[in-house]
Design a protein around this ligand. Structure first.
Ligand code: PAF
Length: 297
């Protein structure tokens, strides 16, 4: 497996791979890799034969007072995990390589980035779009795989690629969950044992909503209120529990009835950990498989 620190090294490696007839797959990450990331690499390997994992904790997507300084940095372990998962190379640039002195260009995002996390993390998606645009520019024509756990991010990146005519196929991979249904996230490491067990309320709330939707429930309040109540019982605070259009991300919570597919998106804080999760009702399987009619407590 190759390892690059410099942007030009990544560009050259991808150009060489394409010249040799290989398809480039890109898996952008911030490191602290877990089984969810390994599933993204596996998805990229199904679609491409030169798979690059990028490991970069991108400062521009963190707002003031967020967890940039303490975000887990585990590069040596991440390299080993990438090698084991069959990646062809890892790109782990320093901050100055991605944002050299004098750089000033940012990608301005639009309506897709405005609701949900956009309300609570105002600079976040501009930073994500900027760094992903840089990675797409370096990788060139490729297939890029992102997790559906960060569903709004996925939609923002789809818009980025379409709006800037970037030669990148953007693929969303299914959320990988712990046995109790909690979505895998590098930020789960911030949870105390008590918070970790309280976090099970998130997949339970989403599972209940999936079941209700499957029974034909389409009233936003009937889908949202049980989820809000369940989360309010355990969360330090709730950023949002909302229904939105799965493509545009426009909030639907005030509609008379939702459509045949609806994004149910959740962001809650448990202590210092901010956890997000979502399901597309009418499309995704419930987070807790095999739960009875009601997911229960
Ligand atoms: O999802 C992430 O890990 C990051 O937001 C991404 C896409 C790698 C950009 O920094």
């Amino acid at each position: 497996m190759e390892f690059w620190r410099q942007p030009d090294e990544l560009r050259l490696a991808c150009e060489r791979a394409r010249a040799a007839g290989r398809r480039v797959g890109l898996v952008p990450t911030m490191g602290a890799l877990h089984a969810g990331h390994r599933a993204l690499i596996a998805e990229a390997r199904r679609r491409a034969d030169f798979v690059v994992v990028t490991v970069f904790v991108n400062p521009t997507q963190f707002g003031a007072g967020e967890d940039l300084a303490r975000y887990p940095r585990t590069l040596e372990r991440d390299r080993a995990a990438c090698e084991e998962a069959g990646a062809s190379g890892v790109f782990a640039p320093g901050v100055e390589a991605m944002y050299p002195p004098g750089e000033e260009t940012r990608v301005r995002v639009g309506a897709t980035a405005a609701p949900l996390c956009g309300v609570h993390r105002p600079v976040h998606f501009e930073g994500v779009a900027t760094v992903v645009a840089k990675l797409f520019a370096l990788a060139g024509p490729c297939v890029a795989v992102f997790g559906r756990k960060d569903y709004q991010q996925l939609q923002v990146i789809r818009r980025l690629a379409a709006d800037l005519f970037l030669p990148v196929e953007v693929v969303g991979a299914a959320t990988v969950r712990e046995p109790d249904g909690l979505a895998m996230s590098s930020r789960n490491a911030y949870l105390s044992p008590e918070q970790r067990s309280a976090a099970r309320a998130i997949p339970l709330a989403l599972t209940d909503a999936c079941r209700a939707f499957a029974r034909g429930e389409r009233r936003p309040a009937a889908l949202l209120e049980p989820a809000r109540a369940r989360l309010a019982a355990v969360a330090t605070s709730i950023d949002y529990v909302d229904l939105a259009d799965p493509e545009s991300l426009a909030i639907w919570s005030d509609r008379a009835a939702v459509g045949d597919r609806a994004l149910l998106a959740v962001a809650v804080r448990l202590g210092s950990a901010r956890l997000i999760d979502n399901v597309v009702l009418g499309e995704d399987a419930p987070p807790i498989a095999g739960a009875g009619e009601e997911a229960g407590g």
